[in-house]
Design a protein around this ligand. Structure first.
Ligand SMILES: NC(=O)c1ccc[n+]([C@@H]2O[C@H](COP(=O)([O-])OP(=O)(O)OC[C@H]3O[C@@H](n4cnc5c(N)ncnc54)[C@H](O)[C@@H]3O)[C@@H](O)[C@H]2O)c1
Length: 373
């Protein structure tokens, strides 16, 4: 039975998982404290939670169990590693709290479905990163497509190609375990952007490989330690959207240098060059049939926002009793796409997706930093 939780803004947020990305949430959610306010934090490692609480002035530090039992928390913000996302999401929902999770939503579609079913049963909200798609860059791209600037979309390409995260992340092992790899780590930014712009995906095929069986950490403090690679690190996918649009996807931790565009959409009357979907802003460029070259399109939405924007947007959605934009339903569809691409690589067959979602509703225009509707 869900405990009675507040339906008045600001909703009170308990953050679980005080690692590398938590700083961005603490900092970027500050302007949105009138909607969603971080009031406590916890981590498996209590020292980690204490350090972040001190750094960001969080009123309360506690254990995960205490945070989940706290009647003063409305939303659990789950910033743990991918392998713990489902466990914490389910525990939060069972404790009667809404939950917003970092990506990937789950390691399998089946596990993610359990989270949505638990939330539905209890009348609670589930949100999930990436919320970068709510920022000025991708929202402007979405608007340009809706406004017909490139005609009818026909095709797209999305490429995240680098040599992995062991050169900078302080504890990078999880990136090479199941639930990591470039597809589950970075794929959500690109795929959520494509679905935001073009709607849900129907069918995929894919190939994948592990380019390097072992990684050596070069960042501190674990410099020199080896990681056994357990998940594909170079993935090529083909996607067919419900609308008929087709897209090519390359996600790799195996490439030293390349000239691939990050993300482009090709239409009957022009092309759209999208910004890095792992950011909230960036350059948007349009080419229309007959133009001599690309031209810059001004951003039509706020781009100074950051990670945590989706949590505040979910808080508003909860109080207005409407769907949130960075939703669990969307995140589950993204997991289904990623899992199906990997499965296609294993089986050699095209995979029809088991899930779908609504194209996320556009953000309202004219919002300034710290403001939501
Ligand atoms: N680091 C980034 O730049 C970045 C950017 C965007 C998203 N993310 C995502 O954010 C999530 C966290 O990434 P990170 O880089 O902060 O990882 P991290 O390893 O730095 O931090 C994760 C924290 O979660 C804690 N934790 C793990 N399991 C737990 C559990 N069961 N209960 C409570 N605490 C637990 C760990 O002790 C650690 O402090 C991942 O899903 C990642 O994909 C990271």
């Amino acid at each position: 039975m869900a405990k009675i939780i507040s339906s008045k803004l600001p909703l009170r947020v308990g953050l679980i998982g005080c690692g590398a990305i938590s700083d961005a949430y603490f900092e970027n959610m500050a302007p949105y404290a009138g909607y969603a306010r971080i009031v406590s934090c916890a981590d498996l490692n209590p020292k980690q939670a204490e350090a972040k609480a001190e750094k960001h002035g969080v009123p309360k530090v506690c254990s995960v169990a205490e945070l989940l039992a706290d009647d003063g928390i409305d939303i659990v913000l789950n910033l743990t590693i991918p392998q713990a996302h489902v466990e914490i999401n389910l525990a939060a929902l069972r404790a009667g709290k809404h939950v917003y999770c970092e990506k990937p939503f789950s390691l399998t579609t089946a596990e993610g479905r359990k989270v949505l079913a638990e939330a539905r049963k209890r009348g609670l909200y589930v949100g999930c990163a990436p919320d970068t798609v709510l920022g000025g860059g991708i929202q402007t791209c979405r608007k340009l497509i809706t406004d017909g600037e490139i005609g009818r979309p026909l095709a797209a390409t999305a490429n995240m190609v680098c040599h992995g995260h062991e050169s900078w992340h302080p504890n990078p092992a999880f990136y090479y375990h199941k639930g990591g790899g470039p597809l589950f780590d970075m794929g959500p930014y690109y795929l959520t952007s494509l679905v935001t712009m073009l709607g849900p995906v129907k069918k995929v095929t894919g190939f994948s490989q592990i380019g390097f069986k072992e990684r050596v950490i070069t960042s501190r403090p674990l410099q020199g330690r080896k990681i056994k690679v357990e998940t594909p690190t170079h993935i090529s996918g083909l996607l067919e959207f419900a609308s008929g649009v087709q897209a090519m996807l390359t996600m790799s931790f195996d490439v030293w240098k390349h000239n691939l565009p990050l993300m482009e959409v090709y239409g009957t009357e022009g092309s759209l060059s999208c910004p890095d979907p792992n950011t909230f802003g960036g350059a948007v460029r349009v080419f229309r049939q007959g133009d001599a070259d690309w031209s810059d399109a001004p951003l039509a939405f706020e781009d100074k926002v950051g990670r945590g924007y989706g949590v505040a947007e979910m808080a508003v959605a909860i109080t207005k009793k409407r769907a949130c934009r960075a939703s669990g339903e969307l995140a589950l569809h993204i997991v289904d796409i990623m899992e199906s691409i990997l499965r296609s690589g294993e089986t050699g067959r095209a995979m029809t997706l088991k899930t779908t979602c609504r194209q996320p509703v556009a953000m309202p225009s004219g919002l300034t930093l710290g403001e939501l509707k």
